[in-house]
Design a protein around this ligand. Structure first.
Ligand SMILES: Nc1nc2c(ncn2[C@@H]2O[C@H](COP(=O)(O)OP(=O)(O)O)[C@@H](O)[C@H]2O)c(=O)[nH]1
Ligand SMILES: [Mg+2]
Length: 341
């Protein structure tokens, strides 16, 4: 009798200890899956919750050339551009590429004309579209640089170019770092004032499967048309020679009689040797009017340098950085998109 009550007591103590241990033992976390960057929420209230981590395997298979299967992020910086926003959304809406694989990201800066309000209004409207038309996501960011030109026309004056392009570079980098997520395989840089382009643009550019590729950007009126984006170009023997004479921090820009750079421009290569729509030519630099970049090129470190990199800043600097990383840059001289006049 005495023996059995002793045994019962030992069993009860053991069971109680086991229960207490189960209640109070610290949670185990597999260190291989712990991602500290994912553990913090932007909302400080969320920091009290436990187990806030995710595991994302970014060892994706190389991109398969099948159309309509990969996520695209379309990025557009906007400044004082309220008048372009409706047509921008109307054009992107017409893309034949599946909308659930398209994310849109905007950076609005230094705008007092209702650009941000209009972006929010259109984004709200799009988020109520029929499901098959709805984009994967729409993100609007605001970052002001307090950079003011006397008028919009002054933006092409030679003496403001480098400073203006440095602000643009910072804007693009800010937008890229805020909007790019692990699901994106492609980034299309599309300026807000590129007003006409094929409805098949995304599937056709993605189908080319190049590290960086640009269509040829022109402008047109009712009876004439001309090349617009002079930042898509090839180096020449003469342009390399010129660069040997420069100081390390000298920055080159295209299209100014004050500074002849001797580059061969994509706008001058239209139907030059071949009139095939998908004819490609190698390039050494790109503009940002309409530029498709494999997301891995950005992830590997190609950004828009807001400092002189091989005598270039911003978009031309991006191409130079991508080439320094071993990637290729291509242009489509006969595939035309149109910039607002
Ligand atoms: N976020 C932001 N966007 C800008 C800024 N400057 C211009 N943009 C936008 O960037 C794109 C290209 O600028 P734009 O002035 O049209 O360049 P251009 O066509 O080369 O003269 C357009 O969508 C502009 O609205 C800026 O300082 N910040
Ligand atoms: Mg423009």
């Amino acid at each position: 009798m005495l023996l059995s009550s002793k045994v019962q007591l030992i069993v009860i103590i053991f069971a109680s200890c086991t229960l207490l241990y189960c209640f109070f033992k610290p949670p185990t976390i597999d260190s291989t899956q712990w991602d500290p960057t994912r553990s913090c929420s932007s909302n400080p209230d969320d920091l009290t919750t436990t187990n806030q981590y995710s595991y994302i395997n970014m060892n994706r298979e190389p991109i398969v050339k099948t159309k309509h299967s990969s996520h695209v992020l379309i990025l557009t910086p906007f400044k004082q551009s309220v008048q372009f926003i409706d047509s921008y959304f109307d054009n992107v809406n017409k893309q034949t590429y599946p909308h659930h694989l398209i994310s849109l990201g905007f950076l609005a800066s230094d705008s007092t004309d209702g650009t941000i309000e209009k972006l929010k209004e259109r984004a709200e409207k799009e988020s109520h579209a029929e499901e098959w038309k709805r984009f994967h996501s729409i993100s609007i960011f605001q970052k002001d640089y307090k950079y003011e030109l006397k008028s919009n026309e002054d933006r092409h004056a030679f003496n403001v170019q480098v400073q203006r392009r440095i602000i643009m570079a910072k804007s693009r980098n800010t937008l890229l770092s805020a909007a790019l997520t692990e699901k994106h395989e492609w980034v299309l840089w599309l300026d807000g004032d590129v007003t006409e382009y094929p409805e098949t643009l995304l599937e056709e550019l993605i189908g080319m499967d190049k590290d960086i590729i640009v269509p040829n950007c022109y402008w047109h009126s009712y009876n004439e048309e001309e090349g617009y984006d002079k930042n898509n170009w090839q180096e020449t023997d003469k342009s390399w020679q010129l660069q040997k004479t420069l100081k390390p921090d000298d920055v080159l820009v295209e299209g100014y009689p004050e500074l002849v750079t001797h580059r061969k421009l994509l706008i001058d290569m239209r139907n030059e040797t071949n009139s095939d729509l998908f004819h490609t030519v190698p390039l050494d630099a790109v503009g940002g009017t309409c530029t498709l970049v494999k997301a891995k090129v950005h992830r590997d470190g190609a950004i828009f340098p807001p400092f002189p990199f091989q005598h270039q800043v911003e978009t031309e600097g991006l191409a130079k950085m991508a080439k320094a990383l071993g990637y290729e840059v291509w242009g489509l001289p006969n595939y035309i998109v149109y910039h607002y006049i």
